[in-house]
Ligand binder design. Sequence first.
Ligand code: SF4
Length: 268
Amino acid sequence: MDVEKTKLDPGHPACAGCGAAIAMKIVSSVLDDGTRIVIPAGCWSIILGRYPFSSLRLPAVHTPFAFAAAFATGMRAAQEFKAKKAQVVVWAGDGATYDIGFGLLSAAAERNEDILYICYDNEAYMNTGAQRSSSTPKGSVTPTTPLGKPEEKKDIIGILVKHGVPYAASASIAFPEDLKSKVLKAKAIKGFRFILIHCPCPTGWGMDPSLAVRAARLAVECGIVRLFEVEKGKYRETYKPKGLPVELYYGLQKRFKKPAGGFEPPTC
Ligand code: SF4
């Protein structure tokens, strides 16, 4: 990765090894200066920093949990009204995307609004103590699923593809070139574009910060996270996994182990 081009400055307040910060480091390296970033409530509300300070060298706005897609829609309309060309990018966690902001996300996708929506998927409400979201994988132990989550992870890309969006893709922080090429491709497409980035959270997943990228890579190589894109309804796998045993991925994290004394909430 060309770290010189990233627009995320060092010294930001994310936890060590934060996958969501690594994701921004990669993505912002291929975003144009002046790209408008819309951030609903979540870990990135903190990582961005408190006004007038910011960790990101891009104009960014905070929104309430549910409203990022609607806010971005209005911001893009204002850009068009003023004949300006800045991209509007939503940068949202899975809680804001899969659950709380889902209605407005669905509405924006169905209207094919000209926005790029990127979800940094750390698979729970990490900013408030790692409670389960509908992105949390089955079996994961969280404060609200102390015996392991019984439901499967929601297929958010499948749902958005059914909205007829022109571009949707999955990506991983362990495959930065694949991620960057998807952002570059999405930037060049008009209409609603969606990218889901698998972002390990060492704090919420119960693992050493040094293991975040290894966990992301194992998720792909074990076939748990697939790297693909769907362009105009056409599915294409962008990486063939090695098919490693899934235990390698699950074994790195405490969230798939049920502690005898109950769930120990992470401290952030
Ligand atoms: S809780 Fe997780 S996602 Fe949030 S800042 Fe810390 S490592 Fe990143």
